[in-house]
Design a protein around this ligand. Structure first.
Ligand code: NIG
Ligand code: FE
Length: 394
């Protein structure tokens, strides 16, 4: 497939801003990007799509989601809105445990259908790449069931899907040591053998896994050739961010309670710091100091953390807007954080950017201005969402 795209008034690559731009796509990748007036003659005879003077940004990358789950937690949301805490609800056996029960009670086909519908809502908003975690199964067979759903999503959705095995909480009725042994000795090897996940994540926090337990799980993952990530410093400060940096994790995510020492560790190791504005704001936690993190040299990513509990957020645009208003990023930085930096949190330097060699995933705004979607709150006017150079009508 060969095609040239012209008629782009404003293009964010995202680091550079080009005016009156054009690009050429061959076999799903950008082969030329630049000012339309410089389009080399060899591309002039290619089939052409005129984007009508609209603005273009890279396809958005959502590098932290829990898109597969049964049931919902509206009741808990209302309880929290009245002032009950997420931590107390979890400690009382609700929260994540409620979703575990609902996920167990939902068939594999139904989980797939529900997650597919959610993924389409994300696609319609320009999300061309999704990381999706397991973690509401807990028991080995139920975790594998979730990962099979995620694999099927990857095979059938237009989007690129990155599956992650998540050690979320200890299931009721299991001794901690027993669960840890099962997770490290059985589940991780099985997932590595079958290729059902490319990475392992641990919820290292109060009410979930300790720092020592997280280290064991992540070391087991590394020994099986899997990449690693961490849910770090969301509720309590545990040292998980520094563990992520020490072990060379792709990312440390949440960071509501993180410190300047944590940011230094991330910056030095090149581990991405992923902030999740939905979870911070919806749980009424301190908003991570994104400005200071960025200035400390951390490569910051933004993700929705979509899940039925802490972040029933469907809008990457709102996540970026919160990072601008409460985290004090510039709009241009927020876009970088939800595109190329988010792709790095998945270990990919060829996603989330419009440049030669990158995959041709891009979003066409229904506006001449490429950053219109960050300006309008609650309504993002998109004209097209292209994956591998192909438009996906929503
Ligand atoms: O990223 N913090 C832990 N895990 C998820 C929330 C899961 C849930 O509440 O169901 C998160 O916020
Ligand atoms: Fe999460």
């Amino acid at each position: 497939m060969k095609r040239v795209f012209t008629g782009i008034t404003e293009l964010y690559t995202p680091k550079e801003r080009l005016e009156q731009a054009a690009f050429a796509v061959q076999d799903g990748r950008f082969v030329w990007v630049g000012a339309a007036s410089n389009l080399p003659s060899e591309y002039r005879s290619w089939p052409r799509t005129d984007l009508g003077g609209r603005g273009v940004v890279p396809g958005l990358v959502d590098a932290h989601t829990h898109l597969v789950y049964g049931g919902d937690r509206l009741g808990e949301y209302l309880q929290r809105a009245r002032g009950e805490s997420y931590e107390d609800i979890l400690a009382a056996g609700g929260g994540i445990y409620a979703t575990v029960q609902a996920t167990h009670a939902t068939s594999e086909d139904e989980l797939y259908e529900q997650a597919r519908a959610r993924a389409h809502l994300f696609l319609a908003q320009g999300v061309t790449t999704l990381e999706i975690k397991s973690g509401y199964g807990l028991l080995p067979e139920a975790e594998l069931k979730m990962l099979r759903v995620i694999r099927r999503l990857g095979e059938t959705l237009p989007q690129r899907v990155f599956p992650t095995l998540l050690a979320h909480v200890i299931p009721k009725g299991w001794a901690r040591g027993e669960y840890l042994e099962m997770f490290c000795q059985e589940l991780i090897p099985e997932v590595a053998r079958t290729g059902l996940a490319g990475a392992v994540d641990v919820f290292c926090d109060q009410g979930a896994f300790t720092l020592g337990e997280a280290r064991k799980i992540l070391e087991a993952a590394l020994s099986h050739g899997l990449k690693i990530k961490l849910h770090a410093e969301q509720i309590a400060h545990t040292g998980a961010t520094r563990l992520a940096a020490e072990l060379g994790a792709l990312s440390a995510d949440h960071l509501e309670q993180s410190t300047p020492e944590d940011w230094q560790a991330l910056a030095q190791r090149g581990t991405i710091g992923t902030v999740l504005p939905g979870a911070a704001v919806i749980l009424r936690k301190p908003f991570p100091n994104v400005r200071a993190m960025w200035d400390a040299g951390v490569r910051v990513a933004i993700a929705t953390d979509h899940n039925p509990g802490s972040s029933p957020l469907f809008s990457p645009w709102l996540g970026m807007q919160l990072a601008i208003s409460l985290g004090r990023l510039s709009a241009e930085e927020a876009l970088i954080a939800h595109t190329e930096n988010a792709a790095l949190a998945l270990g990919r330097a060829d996603l989330g950017r419009v440049e030669v060699g990158a995959v041709a995933d891009f979003v066409v705004l229904d506006s001449r201005r490429a950053l219109e979607g960050l300006y309008r709150w609650g309504h993002c006017p998109l004209w097209g969402v292209f994956v591998g150079g192909v438009n996906n009508p929503a």
